[in-house]
Design a protein around this ligand. Structure first.
Ligand code: SF4
Length: 360
């Protein structure tokens, strides 16, 4: 690609309408005993050709976010009123299952962590890809077979013409994940949601899959939402990153800025825990404690029990996402230490005032 093309593409990404625009999304699970606020008021967007990472420990709400967007939240969970998920300007919250079926596939496709969740063991890989081609693109017979082979070749499956007639158990783990990516691409989606797609794979295969996703994205101008608990993977693949904790997005920034100048104490802790970050230390640093279950309204900072910088107000004021300083338009943190232009008291007042509006 020429530098002019690159410039044009990056300008488009910066100014274009978001492909996905999530605003104040809240998804809760209603059990007899409690209400679990798995996703609690998150907002983010994804523009054309962009990879946006969602990162956090297990239990932070990443996968429920993905399932909410795909319209596949399992009972007793549901998306709460006031939530908005707009795909290319169209509101998805409130759509019927029949309406959603038109979005899944040609609009948004999902790649799950375990390829065996997506692949049926009793059908050949080729037949499963051809089923997607039939459903979403009306291809059948020879034409569908040729396209399935082409898709397997596109995801670097060796000897694709023979492999197209094999069953999932005849594929290695890495090849199965490639086949799942081929299936996700078969419907020509505009957005792919990849939920920990490389977690079950060894490091070499993981690197190959990440490279493959990047190549496909460049060729097809795809947008990708990439979910992982692994900061190393996020550094490799994302343009922008949203860090989730206990149902909330607690920091959001372009990837270089997040890694070079993290602001939220939780993000700092995650970065400190990356293996190899502190050469010479034989013990891996970790964040003590666990992600709490968000089973009550956030009237305080949910990270406070684990935060090395916590102070009194952290237990009584809910931090909302604010720019880290006045002139920062693309780096936000939900922490009472920000914005950092004025005094700490000023910052706390900003959060107090904004969270009162939020609760109304
Ligand atoms: S609001 Fe307080 S407890 Fe929460 S991250 Fe910021 S300093 Fe830590």
């Amino acid at each position: 690609m020429s530098s002019m093309d690159e410039l044009e593409q990056s300008t488009q990404r910066e100014t274009g309408e978001p492909v996905l625009d999530v605003s104040n999304l809240r998804t809760a699970f209603f059990t007899d005993k409690e209400v679990i606020r798995a996703v609690d008021g998150i907002s983010f967007d994804i523009r054309e050709g962009e990879t946006v990472g969602i990162v956090g420990e297990s239990g932070s709400g990443k996968s429920v976010t993905a399932r909410s967007i795909m319209g596949i939240v399992d009972s007793p969970g549901r998306i709460l009123d006031g939530s908005s998920i707009r795909f290319k300007g169209e509101e998805l919250v409130g759509k019927t299952e029949a309406e959603y079926r038109k979005i899944r596939g040609p609009g948004i496709s999902m790649i799950f962590q375990d390829p065996l969740t997506s692949l049926n063991p009793v059908y050949t890989v080729g037949n499963q890809i051809k089923e997607v081609l039939r459903l979403h693109r009306g291809l059948r017979g020879h034409e569908a077979t040729e396209e399935a082979v082409r898709l397997l070749e596109a995801v670097s499956i060796p000897d694709a013409r023979r492999r197209v007639d094999e069953y999932p158990h005849q594929f290695s783990g890495g090849m199965r994940q490639r086949a799942v990516i081929a299936m996700a691409l078969a419907s020509k989606p505009e957005l792919i949601i990849a939920d920990e797609p490389t977690t079950a794979l060894d490091v070499t295969i993981q690197a190959q899959i990440l490279e493959l996703l990047e190549e496909i994205q460049e060729e097809r101008g795809l947008s990708i939402m990439f979910i992982t608990h692994d900061m190393g993977v996020i550094a490799e693949i994302a343009d922008r990153v949203n860090v989730m904790y206990a149902g909330e997005i607690i920091e959001s920034a372009p990837v270089e800025e997040l890694f070079g100048d993290p602001k939220h104490p939780y993000t700092e802790g995650l970065l400190e825990s990356i293996p190899g970050r502190h050469p010479g230390e034989d013990r891996l640093r970790t964040i003590k404690g666990e992600v709490p279950t968000p089973n009550e309204p956030a009237t305080y900072c949910r990270f406070a029990p684990r935060c090395p910088k916590a102070f009194d107000e952290c237990n009584s004021v809910h931090p909302v996402s604010v720019p880290i300083h006045e002139s920062a338009d693309n780096h936000t943190a939900a922490c009472l230490l920000y914005p950092e232009d004025g005094t700490r008291e000023d910052a706390v007042e900003t959060h107090r005032a904004r969270s009162e509006v939020y609760e109304q």
